[in-house]
Design a protein around this ligand. Structure first.
Ligand SMILES: Cc1ncc(COP(=O)(O)O)c(C=O)c1O
Length: 407
């Protein structure tokens, strides 16, 4: 470390920013996993979220062919991203009933980068964005790096997940600039319902807040979400308030290694235009998209047509196996899921979820995520990935349920 306990640089050492003063010590779960690895013990990983490690069938020839475009030999940077790539993203949204001009789309290397651009666009240091809890854990790091404060509002569970609008109102202050949604949410697998979207629009319009909507799992619906009577809707169609809809190849086409994502900007035309002009300057400052990936993007995005069905089938089969296992006992229950790649399990809250997860690694050689990893506010929840290969999932879930029942 180069700073003393007061954060002041030690003599002779370079000082680092407070925003990077993370506690980098390995947590007990990571230590248990590392010990299992160094002892050569087999671990059944029920947290596997990397689709390239899940035994999917990718059209390898088509993917590699996508990178043989001679256009990759020239550099002609376009801050919002190449028109051909944005047109392909526009066609994706048109299939979802959102008719966007390519000018409303901006490419980024990841949704993480898109979040960072938006934090810089919307917030001065110390201003805030409100995020759902439970939700995706990376947001906290992204916000810290951009000097943005995160406040949480709650998703509550009664037979299904809903937005708690009272907690949303309580989380907002005069410093708040945007409300974030994950649609469907990771890990709860819950979509924002049309009546909630309407209420959110009223809420944001009254407080002059933007909406930031992460739709990376949009296409992984298990069935039409309750109350919609139709396919899932995308917020890229939202016109009521300034809305930034984020997605990318990492989940939609299960190609996280390609580092290609985007945001769609919709809402009142004057605000949309002003936001896009500023975003273009931010993007121009970095010019982070690679030319070969942009040229390949239309072809890579097409991969979703075979990938989404494969992953949806995997999720359904693992879910069926999970339900078969759970039917024979009472200790563990799974919460309702509408889509996405994860299942939330309610386990007896006799101790800390972290301790359960560590004991599971040590005693049964199975890895799950404790609920607090996703900002669950109470003990008694673990999260498992449903895209795990089926044999690993079946064996791992049997051991997990047995361990929870023995608590
Ligand atoms: C909700 C959510 N958004 C975004 C991402 C990451 O997307 P990207 O690889 O495009 O940064 C993840 C990854 O798990 C996620 O769960």
């Amino acid at each position: 470390m180069s700073t003393d306990q007061h954060g002041r640089p030690r003599a002779g050492a370079v000082g680092f920013s407070r925003r990077t003063a993370w506690d980098l010590a390995c947590n007990p779960l990571a230590q248990a996993v590392a010990r299992a690895g160094s002892d050569g013990r087999r671990l059944l990983d029920l947290t596997e979220s990397n689709p390239t490690r899940c035994g999917l069938h990718y059209d390898e020839q088509a993917i590699l062919r996508a990178f043989s475009n001679p256009g990759a030999l020239a550099y002609a940077p376009e801050p919002r991203g190449m028109h051909s790539a944005r047109a392909a993203v526009g066609a994706y949204y048109a299939e979802h009933g959102a008719h966007l001009d390519a000018g409303q789309l901006l490419l980024t290397t990841s949704t993480s980068e898109a979040y960072s651009f938006l934090f810089r666009l919307l917030c001065d240091p110390g201003e805030s964005v409100v995020v759902p809890a439970p939700s995706y854990p990376l947001l906290e790091f992204l916000a810290t790096l951009d000097d943005v404060d995160l406040e949480s509002y709650e998703l509550v569970y009664h037979d299904g997940w809903q937005i708690d609008f009272t907690s949303l109102a309580a989380a907002c202050s005069s410093r708040t600039r945007a409300v974030m949604l994950v649609h469907p949410n990771n890990p709860t697998g819950s979509y924002v319902k049309p009546h909630e979207a309407e209420q959110l629009n009223e809420f944001c319009a009254a407080r002059r807040l933007a909406l930031i909507v992460d739709e990376v799992f949009l296409d992984y619906a298990l069935s039409p979400p309750p109350g919609t009577g139709r396919d899932v809707f995308t917020f890229a169609r939202n016109r009521e308030v300034l809305t930034f809809t984020l997605s990318g190849l990492s989940k939609i086409a299960a190609l996280p290694q390609m580092k290609a994502a985007w945001m769609a900007v919709s809402g009142p035309p004057a605000q949309q235009l002003a936001a896009l002009e500023r975003l273009e300057v931010i993007a121009d400052t970095f010019l982070s998209m690679s030319t070969p990936v942009q040229l390949a993007l239309p072809h890579l995005l097409e991969q979703r047509r075979t990938i989404v069905p494969q992953l949806t089938e995997r999720v359904q089969k693992n879910l069926a196996e999970l339900d078969r296992r759970l039917a024979a006992q009472q200790a563990v229950e799974r919460l309702a899921i509408e889509g996405g790649w994860y299942a939330v399990l309610r386990i007896p809250a006799t101790g800390a979820d972290d301790d359960f997860a560590v004991a599971l690694v040590e005693g049964a050689g199975v890895m799950v995520h404790p609920g607090h990893f996703y900002d669950f506010r109470r003990e008694g929840y673990v999260v498992v990935s449903l895209i795990t290969s089926q044999d690993v999932f079946a064996e791992g879930i049997a051991l997990t349920v047995a361990a929870a029942a023995a608590m």
